[in-house]
Write a protein that binds this ligand. Sequence first.
Ligand SMILES: NC(=O)c1ccc[n+]([C@@H]2O[C@H](COP(=O)([O-])OP(=O)(O)OC[C@H]3O[C@@H](n4cnc5c(N)ncnc54)[C@H](O)[C@@H]3O)[C@@H](O)[C@H]2O)c1
Length: 413
Amino acid sequence: MVTVFGLGFVGLTTALGFAHLGYTVYGVDVDEKRKGTLRSGQIPFFEPYMEDVLNEHLDKNFFVTDDIEEAIKNSEYVFYCVGTPYGEMGSADLTYLFSAIDTTVDAIKDEKFRVLVTKSTIPPSTTAEKIYPYVKSKGKIADNIGVANNPEFLREGHCWEDFIEADRIVLGCNDGRSKEMLLDLYRDMNIPIKCVSHSTGEFIKYLSNTLLATLISYSNEMSQVADSIGGIEIAEAFKILHMDKRWNNCDMTSYVYPGCGYGGYCLPKDTSALYSQAKAKGFEPQILKNVISTNDNISKAIVKKITSGLNRDQAIGILGLSFKPESDDVRDTPAAKIIKAMIEAGYKNIYTYDPIAIKEFKEKYPSIIVNYCDSAKEVYDNSEVIAVVTAWEEFKKIKEFGDKKIIDCRYML
Ligand SMILES: NC(=O)c1ccc[n+]([C@@H]2O[C@H](COP(=O)([O-])OP(=O)(O)OC[C@H]3O[C@@H](n4cnc5c(N)ncnc54)[C@H](O)[C@@H]3O)[C@@H](O)[C@H]2O)c1
């Protein structure tokens, strides 16, 4: 049996994934609204297939529970999928993780061996230098506890397929018993499993996310180089770059393409956390430093492009609020940075539309005051200049509405 702490994108996918494999799974969360939504058979965010899978397993072998003692008593595996947001100086904030570990340890009342597995993204050395000593410090009970990490590589919008058909499963373990238990847990999945040290497991996740962030910042810097020289067809140049056989079929080309900078929950905070971690350990990574500053500056360059030649009363249209299409996630979304910067510069007449992320955007950024519209056409009709900020497919027809000035920040038209 499995207990999963945190029922967000990663935790819910993990919980339902194990339920799908036939295990009994207890889901724990501190967010009452989220638990209520799940108990009523709904998903608290936009994610294809997940509602069907939830309803297949809810109250059969997946239970959203408040009885943590009962869940822990029955479980051999405890997974942590809680948030690890920005902390001090850009580091990872581990408060939620340690709070969930505390809750677990307090709930253990017997001698059964359990493995505590961190699936949340945590900086390299966290399991070895913080979690393991912390759990050990809890006294004799620690002899019955193994600690491991199992980083998650899923993409929002593809959570279910990325769990069920993962490219690889990484297990960061330092004891044989936890390793054998985790290999056993995943045995029916037929996915390559790599067992590595605690810190290697953590590092692999950052290796992946910081490379993606680097590709994005590289592409954005190159688009600015091209802009500064002039006469360069930027979208065409990148599409021709993608024709190189060495890129074909690897499905990474969307990261090697200019846009509004990386956003969403993971790339910004993880790039920042690894930079901060390396710096704290005595090495300042120069590439990561510039990846971050390029990303911070791209929204300013975009605002300059959008507002060029406009007076402060003229209306600006912003199409797209989520950090990527097919998602309602607005965490660290470039749209928020761009709109905030425009408002700060005195442009207050802003119209915006997103197919599914308006509700999330309003909730997450209550201080951003803009006119929310029901369609891209309404934005177009009300604005002097329209900027495409998220690459939603439906924005491809924006040029059909007329001949107003359009700033294609995603190079998609
Ligand atoms: N979102 C992704 O695409 C993705 C992909 C791979 C890895 N990750 C990593 O996985 C982790 C979770 O990400 P997410 O997007 O699922 O986050 P999320 O914000 O969607 O979900 C986190 C959940 O944890 C809950 N929580 C917080 N403290 C808790 C506690 N003490 N006990 C129980 N529940 C608690 C929150 O209420 C929330 O529902 C992060 O470390 C993230 O970096 C995310």
